[in-house]
Write a protein that binds this ligand. Sequence first.
Ligand code: FES
Length: 158
Amino acid sequence: MNTITPHHDLDHLPDTERRDFLTQAASMLGIAVSAGTIITLVNACEQPNTPSGNTGTVNLASETALQSVGGSVRTTINRAQLIVVRVSQTQFVALSALCTHAGCGVNPPANGIIECRCHGSRFSVTDGSVLNGPATMPLRNYPTSFNSATNILTITLS
Ligand code: FES
């Protein structure tokens, strides 16, 4: 097994050993960067395009599709791509419109199911949970609150 000489011993090494040390260090650094990149990509796929610390609103007066139960719209709020569904007179679900498998856009809901365009993963419209893979993670489900007096739906994106 290769070992890396501690920094304070480098000055006493011949050039060939110093070169070997630097090669090993660069190799290990390369591995660390690759692992970090993979983790970043996995996180990006599982929680795609999600800003934090903010809210968005949907005015139902101008979103006719959400004026009846079962209606849905695809919208983008602060760069978050969402599917918003009216599940009852007073309840709404706001789900990420990007599949957790590989980040493809999902289709509008049909018969209570949201299906991914790319590889056919299926998600529940009521909470984004996985009904069929290959996705294993649910669609992100953003909290919502509806003010019936103003007809404004507020979606918390953080
Ligand atoms: S990206 Fe959605 S199932 Fe593959």
